[in-house]
Design a protein around this ligand. Structure first.
Ligand SMILES: [Fe+2]
Length: 130
């Protein structure tokens, strides 16, 4: 296990993040939780890929808006959170709700070497970097 890995229970749907990588395997509903492998693709071809836009210290991450197809934000299918990890070890997350725009803005003193992740309740974890 590694820090920041996301695990999901395939029975009850619980989602957890690892903060202590020394922890043993996590069991939920009687079975090991499933590692949510981050999915990578070119953002122009896949609406789930978090697109990072940097403007000075301001960092905007959107899901599908930049390609003209915003990811759905309905009660059945939505982006649960968007987060940015920077190389100095900082980590910021915005939780979203159905009805919100599928995007989040952040401010970083040094917005270089950024990784963005987003989590879709149906399609899992997606990642990109800038
Ligand atoms: Fe989705």
């Amino acid at each position: 296990m590694q820090q920041k890995e996301i695990y999901k229970c395939e029975i009850c749907g619980k989602v957890m993040e690892i903060l202590n990588p020394a922890a043993p395997e996590t069991i939920c509903c009687g079975q090991p939780m499933k590692l949510m492998e981050p999915q990578w693709k070119e953002w122009k071809t896949e609406k789930h890929v978090p697109k990072i836009t940097v403007d000075g210290n301001k960092v905007t991450v959107d899901v599908g808006i930049s390609m003209g197809t915003p990811h759905p934000m309905t009660e059945e299918h939505w982006i649960m959170w968007i987060e940015v990890i920077c190389k100095e070890g900082c980590y910021e997350r915005r939780f979203l709700s159905p009805g919100d725009e599928p995007k989040a803005t952040f401010t970083f003193a040094n917005p270089e070497g950024l990784i963005a992740r987003e989590y879709c309740n149906l399609h899992g974890l997606w990642i990109s970097e800038k």
